[in-house]
Design a protein around this ligand. Structure first.
Ligand code: GDP
Length: 528
């Protein structure tokens, strides 16, 4: 197959949702269609479950699963599909944000009864800012839920989307009869049998046909006719270009658990979702069909085996082909590296591959060369951008609890930060180290992993910080800036890249500082 054809047939996307909306279940049904797995229950949930096991054991279990589910690839009707896993737990939100830099589109799963939830809002906002094309899947139609029109309204209002329903439910819960597929103009009747893989659809090219009354009963048929009329009155026609530019979001309804409405979603997805897209580097826009390989690291996963402390760096291929044993330039280090066993991912297996194409993800064994955001090329010096750090929500001093192991401790902290587990700040005043995280869970992860992977012990001490803000001065030589540095010294720190950060202890003090020093900008992300 030609290089161009390989690019055109790839679809790399992520599924985002609030925990419990049905992301794992949907992923699994998609894999079943691809024949990548044989039975339900094969895809493990990457959720953190609170309960019987202690938290860090749970975290280890979750990490094990998340290696296996990082990338799930399968073939469907000649299309190569790469699903990138996105943790739903809010403490791992930064992982998800980073993964979203490597997808070409997303599917948003929403629970019909719960509607738009907190985590969905946050993640969709990130996608919206980056104009990532989105398809919405409204799940659990076999249960009583919100009225379809109300829910579509809610999606528009809370998520700031412009929806276009491409399917519509016929009833809901006990009364759920099936789905009218506006996109394909057919009816799919619901039988509640989750074991079937192939759905029978009945063509209904004309909704006024008495055939419809026979299928779903006169009452439901009439309701559907009214609703579809309303749909075409309220919502615009689906426009693929609008979808691709992030201005319009098609919506499907279904029940992932019952494998219902999933095939419709997948068929439409394969047809409309974008092939690998060009990506902006600091130097220039890179097109997937350029001959030379380029790619970037969006995720690093530590090995689970403490005896082999190597890590797996996940590279998204942006352009050209990635080949085994070919030397590539690690731009930040300015040196060439060769990889003898790059991993590709198929459903739940990983295999060594000789060649990978734009849109694909390869996993490279790494002993500490990579950090998140690194660029690899065939020789050109370019840097991909767009993996910012966000202000953490929690801050604690980290102390060495075993003086004999300080080397191990610092190495461990360094590597965990490269993986993006948390952020490290060093106070200007006294050089003390502060760990900032999105969720409280990360402190347990760090402590546990430092001990088990590096043989080091740490303890934490509370620190009252409200937000970390990256500081940008209009003029670094100004009196105002010099005064700011002097007066606020004990609130200043450097991040890992030696960027200056202001650790505000309250919303009020941040506001006061902003007012006192109007020529200084305070950013909540590291990229501005
Ligand atoms: P995730 O947290 O988004 O990955 O959600 P899961 O896929 O683990 O699903 C959460 C729960 O919802 C599980 O108990 C599923 O069995 C259930 N579930 C998923 N899809 C459906 C559906 O279509 N109907 C019903 N009734 N339950 C569902």
């Amino acid at each position: 197959m030609s290089f161009q054809k390989e690019i055109n047939r790839r679809r790399t996307f992520g599924i985002i949702s609030h925990p419990d909306a049905g992301k794992t279940t949907l992923t699994e049904k998609l894999l079943l269609f691809g024949g990548a797995i044989q039975e339900a229950g094969a895809v493990k949930s990457n959720k953190i479950k609170k309960g019987a096991t202690s938290d860090f054991m749970e975290i280890e279990r979750q990490r094990g699963i998340s290696v296996a589910t990082s990338v799930l690839a399968f073939e469907y009707n000649g299309t190569k599909i790469n699903i990138l896993d996105t943790p739903g737990h809010k403490d791992f939100a930064e992982d998800t944000f980073r993964t979203l830099t490597a997808v070409d589109s997303v599917i948003v799963v929403i629970d019909v009864a719960k509607g738009v939830e907190e985590q969905t809002e946050k993640l969709v906002e990130v996608c919206r800012m980056r104009n990532i094309p989105m398809i919405v899947f409204i799940n659990k139609l076999d249960r009583e839920g919100k009225d379809a029109f109300d829910l579509l309204d809610e999606v528009e209002q809370k998520l700031g989307l412009k929806v276009v329903p491409l399917s519509f439910p016929i009833g809901m819960g006990y009364e759920f009869k099936g789905i009218y597929n506006i996109w394909e103009k057919n009816v799919n009747l619901f039988s509640g049998d989750s074991r079937r893989n192939i759905e029978e659809t009945i063509e209904i090219s004309d909704l006024s046909s008495p055939e419809l009354d026979k299928l779903v009963g006169e009452k439901s048929a009439n309701t559907l006719r009214d609703e579809i009329e309303l749909v075409s009155g309220i919502y615009p026609e689906f426009d693929k270009d609008e979808y691709l530019s992030g201005n319009q979001q098609p919506v499907f309804f279904g029940s992932a658990l019952n494998n219902f409405g999933v095939r419709e979603l997948l068929d439409c997805f394969v047809e409309i979702a974008p092939k690998p897209r060009p990506k902006q580097s600091e130097e220039r826009l890179i097109n997937p069909d350029e001959k030379n390989f380029t790619g970037f690291v969006f995720k690093i996963h530590a090995n689970m085996d403490p005896n082999h402390r190597d890590r797996l760096a996940f590279i998204k291929i942006v352009s050209g082909t990635f080949e085994r044993n070919k030397p590539y330039l690690h731009v930040r280090h300015g040196k060439k590296l060769k990889f003898s066993s790059p991993n590709a991912f198929f459903a739940e297996k990983k295999e060594i591959v000789d060649i990978s194409y734009p849109g694909d993800i390869v996993g490279l064994h790494d002993t500490g060369n990579f950090k998140i955001g690194d660029t690899l090329t065939e020789g050109e010096t370019i840097n991909y951008k767009g993996i910012p750090s966000f202000s953490p929500e929690h801050f604690r001093y980290i102390n060495n609890a075993d003086p004999l192991k300080s080397k191990q401790l610092y190495k461990g902290i360094d590597q965990l930060m490269d993986e993006g587990v948390a952020q490290l700040f060093t106070l200007e005043l006294n050089g003390r180290k502060v760990i900032g995280t999105v969720g409280a869970l990360q402190y347990e992860v760090i402590q546990y992993r430092l001990e088990h992977e590096y043989g080091a012990k740490c303890s934490y001490e509370n620190l009252n910080v409200h937000k970390a803000c990256w500081v940008q001065a209009e003029d670094e030589k100004s009196e105002e800036y010099k005064e700011f540095l002097r007066v606020k010294q004990r609130y200043l720190a450097k991040d890992k890249h030696e960027q200056l950060v202001f650790l505000a202890d309250s919303a009020f003090s941040l506001q006061m500082t902003q007012q006192t020093y109007p020529s200084i900008k305070f950013h909540f992300t590291s990229e501005f």
